[in-house]
Ligand binder design. Structure first.
Ligand code: UN1
Length: 494
């Protein structure tokens, strides 16, 4: 069978890039399997897509939000119908196991459903005025053309977080997907079109971040950029975007699970294993550190090592597989180099630390112990199946270690003490805190985002997704029939 050549979506048409050049993508579990050819877009393609989105904006912003919501509801039904097929495509394209890719599609369905309902909310506020016969309220307005720069680790869910929120608010979109998951991105766009998104309302340009992504971020007509990915790329995007543009950043993290001395260790074991090795550790929310109370450290560590050795690593399409490959060669090289760094720093390798002898970018679940909080393996994002065990003297020490990183996306604690639970909720400097469950598994109707260098203050999904993609305009209606001056004319006497 010949190789399929995929196109880009600009102004309702599937087109080739202006250079005619293409790139390819292979299956990470079997790099000899080439999945397709994709358009290598450039600046001109971005400009065409932005112009199309700009042209489509006028009609889309005036389309009643409930009608926009209906398209999103239809989109959620189409995703539901396509769930199994899409999940299989995703596993072949980026490697995570089938039950997780099904979860990825489900997360997109959930986001689309939530945002469909927003079409009948998009709440502003009404409030009082300090003057008589004057009315004050806020209304939500779209921003205009927005850019979605999306990652490969949640190639359906994360585009859905961003794009369904953008659309219900009345924005038009240009998406630049990761070059590791262009098939998922293509199918995502096709389903949006089938759901009824008018031409130009959603566009997609594939190609290198350095040209397509940076042109999108710096484009004058783009009013907002929503990015999920590596912190260094995020910093570049911030620079390209310059001032006057809304930029939402979801970047890396160095998440933590605290296991206290009173914790249910079996429950904690399930949670830490899932948090650290689910998605092969390639989640922004993955637990790459486990901070264990000294009283249970040795016991818990033995349990972790024993379980980690049993994890079945392999092709995510096979039923027995529990952990798939890394997304690409560079990702595996990065993991390898951090394992060397960890050894040199003096942490003790107690599980994994090598790649199985087979094709594909596999790596064994890896655990370091005797790790110290200031080691690079405990500070830097590895984005792979590498977990470091750090011992804590007591609760305060555990919180200090947890907070002692530049990042702050997700945290969790296993304890049954109500005092420690409440203090953890108060003191952990992370955008998300879980009690007695792993650091992964956020739901789409609550804010998602991190503190410190994990983000820049904006959050995604739920009502915070709506806030990002809309301008809350203040409106004053004076029906007194005379000039009334706020702050100057007072009405103290009544
Ligand atoms: C990500 O890794 O960027 O909470 C997103 C979770 C998922 C989303 C992860 N619902 O792990």
């Amino acid at each position: 069978m010949g190789l399929t050549t995929y196109k880009m979506l600009i102004n309702g048409k599937w087109v080739s890039g202006s250079t005619g050049e293409t790139f390819s993508r292979v299956n990470p579990a079997n790099p000899r399997e080439v999945l397709g050819k994709f358009q290598k877009g450039n600046k001109e393609d971005v400009d065409r897509a932005v112009d199309a989105a700009q042209d489509a904006f006028e009609n889309w912003r005036l389309t009643p939000p409930p009608a926009r919501g209906k398209i999103l509801l239809k989109f959620s039904y189409l995703l539901e119908q396509e769930k199994e097929k899409l999940a299989r495509t995703m596993t072949a394209e980026m490697g995570k196991v089938l039950k997780e890719t099904r979860g990825d599609v489900q997360e997109a369905i959930d986001a689309a459903e939530y945002m469909a309902g927003e079409g009948r909310r998009l709440f502003g506020r009404t409030t009082t005025s300090e003057l008589r016969n004057k009315f004050a309220m806020t209304v939500r307005e779209p921003l205009g053309v927005v850019a979605a720069i999306t990652p490969w680790n949640f190639p359906i869910a994360i585009p859905a977080w961003k794009i369904t929120a953008a659309l219900v608010c009345g924005n038009t979109v240009v998406m630049k997907p990761s070059s590791d998951t262009p098939i998922c991105a293509t199918r995502f766009m096709e389903l949006l079109e089938m759901a009824g998104a008018p031409k130009g309302v959603v566009n997609m340009v594939t190609g290198p971040g350095g040209t397509v992504g940076s042109r999108l971020a710096s484009h004058k007509k783009v009013r907002a950029v929503s990015f999920t990915g590596h912190r260094d790329t995020g910093a570049e995007i911030m620079k390209s975007a310059g001032v006057g543009k809304r930029v939402g950043m979801e970047m890396g993290s160095k998440n933590v699970t605290i296991v206290m001395d009173d914790a249910d260790l079996k429950l904690a074991l399930d949670g830490v294993i899932w948090g650290a090795f689910g998605t092969t550790g390639q989640r922004c929310t993955a637990s790459s550190r486990v901070v264990v109370h000294k009283k249970v450290r040795q016991k818990f560590e033995r349990m972790l090592v024993e379980r980690s050795k049993k994890i079945a690593v392999g092709d995510g399409l096979e039923k027995k597989t529990e952990m798939g490959p890394l997304v690409n060669e560079a990702a595996r090289e990065k993991v390898k180099s951090y394992v060397e760094i960890g050894k040199k720093e003096g942490a003790r390798l107690v599980s994994g630390g090598s790649a199985p002898k087979r094709d594909g970018w596999f790596y064994r679940p890896t655990i370091f112990t005797d790790a110290e909080s200031d080691m690079r393996i405990c500070q830097e994002e590895i984005f792979g199946p590498v977990l470091s065990v750090i011992e804590a003297k007591d609760f305060e020490d555990a919180v200090d270690i947890s907070n002692g990183v530049d990042y702050g996306l997700s945290s969790s604690i296993y304890t049954n003490r109500v005092q420690d639970t409440m203090r953890a909720i108060r003191d952990l400097q992370f955008g998300i805190t879980y009690i007695n469950s792993p650091t992964i598994g956020a739901e789409v109707h609550l804010p998602f985002g991190g503190s410190k260098s994990s983000g820049n203050g904006w959050k995604e999904v739920g009502w915070t997704g709506v806030q990002f993609f809309s301008e809350e305009k203040s409106v004053f209606v004076d029906y007194s029939g005379k000039l009334q001056k706020a702050q100057i004319d007072t009405d103290e006497k009544g």
